[in-house]
Ligand binder design. Sequence first.
Ligand code: ADP
Ligand code: ZN
Length: 646
Amino acid sequence: MKKETGKGEGPKKRRNPKMSQKGPNALWLLLALLVGGMFYLFWYNSVNRDVKTVSYSKFVSMVEEDKVEKITVQDNYVYGALRQNGLQFETHIMPTEKLWELLASHNVNVSVIPIDKPGWGATLLLLMMLSFLFFAVLFYFRQGQGGGGGASKIFNVGKSKARFFSPNTVNVTFKDVAGVDEAKDDLQDIIKFLKDPKKFGRLGAKIPKGVLLSGAPGNGKTLLAKAVAGEASCPFFSISGSDFVEVFVGVGASRVRDLFVQARKHSPCIVFIDEIDAVGRQRGVGLGGGNDEREQTLNQLLSEMDGFSTEHGSVIVLAATNRPDVLDNALLRPGRFDRIVEVPYPDLKSREKILQIHASRITLKPGLDLLRVARGTPGFSGADLENLVNESALSASKADKQFVEIGDFEQARDKLLLGAERKTVVLSEKDKIQTAYHESGHALVNVLLEDADLLHKVTIVPRGRSMGASWSFPEEDRHIESVDLMRAKIMIALGGLLAEKLVFDTQSTGAASDISHATKIARRMVCKYGMSKLGPIVFGNNTDHPYLGRDIMRHSADYSEDTARKIDAEISDIITSCYNSAEKLLVDNKGKLEILAKGLLEQETLQAKEVYHLLGMKLRKFHSLTDADDPSDELGDGEVRPIQAG
Ligand code: ADP
Ligand code: ZN
């Protein structure tokens, strides 16, 4: 059963739609024509030539009887015609002196075709077959790239695939990019430079070359880069790092060269390389050692960046990545990408502004407060928010509404976070009851713990892969977590299975993700944050990835077997003590658990304020903030940042 407390990994990260893909139709047509032509030739030859194949002895006897008028010999193949009716025949011979004498004595006209000079037909055929093979192989490789290559692409393998935007087609400026004020400030220099490179140089300022935009996908790196071009009204080349990576060695490098040749022609201009980590990874590492092709490409990029200076044209390279940590150091050296501009997840104010930008395209219910929507969407990227606006407009139009209301945003958000409601799934009565107790267990432990995040809502409506959910959000912008909070999270996670155990005296597989969630938190406490008897030591080079939002724990054993055992013991201690505390809480409050489960079975979804009301508990201060009278006011939450659900 059940997806858990906390927030999971946030909405799915949406990538930009791929560039237009030309179908491979042209190529297939060509192939079909070739094959068809070949078959036609064969067919034509075999049908229209009414040739009879005869045996050698029959041939000899025909010659002896003076029936044969002329023959053409090629090696030991003979093709001839009869005197009487011009009937054609073919055969194979043993070319001997005797045979020549025989032919001469019977006045047969003999012509010979040299062996090493096949007829033009054969040559043509060979050529056609070769080119067919060539195309087939090339096409196969292009397909293997997953890029859906078209015929047109094959003819410019070494050309860069960059998209070019002239100044008047770049219709984005800084006012289209909400928030990210620091990044905008950092980029002002670049804009000044692009506007007037000469003046910039005269004043002695250091000429910028490359800026690395670093941040999670969907937070507007591409948008920012384009806006810089828009602000400076200069041309903009856009390409993705993965476009350089090809199977053919040397292609990537020649694409880089081509790109910069073009860029210099249009300078001052911006070259934007998205996903630079695709080419810019640390050299000489990775599976199977180095990757010649990628290294060549990277070297070419580095030398292009070293090469251009003011005389060669003012080209600024903006690159984007969400993995600055894996980039080759050479890329970050002075004169290359020596400036790094962070493009973070938007905070409350920025979220409101981003929502305003995108909501200007839809019809909002008058008076709808987008700040409230912003409050309830911690951890959403700019792209997620754009998506949210679209989804809520969809939801409103499905319901034939005149305006988009706050309830539509609520629905859209839940859908993005937990997957769409699965109205078709019908839980058996027994499963439903068990789910209700399980979720009530999470929710009750949540509201009983002072240190926990604030309960948001609890539901037994199946969504995505989960049968129900109990959510909480932190109260305010949070950058650090206390031991108590982490313990509270573990207790809440265990609350579900404990409630099932307490009421039905049974366990179910539905608690699997709860258990893994709890274990991960405990492991982090021990191995990363020094929150155990083992003290403040990091065990294992577990890297919390800065942007992917999940642990990549590599257990390259930098500790001994013995330490491993101690770590396991500490983790087990934490889990056990949390388990016991949570169990005591639930046993002491079994009445409340019953009330909550019954409430859930009746209403399926309970908002936090309803939970507190049912339990006769005083609403925590925070919730009263959004406890307005507006019945459609469902989207209330504090300024929050996602907690890592792990
Ligand atoms: P990235 O390059 O970081 O992956 P994009 O620039 O492609 O992100 O962002 C995708 C879309 O999300 C943009 O086209 C824009 O509509 C929206 N978006 C992201 N960040 C912002 C922002 N700060 N202001 C307005 N829209 C944004
Ligand atoms: Zn659960």
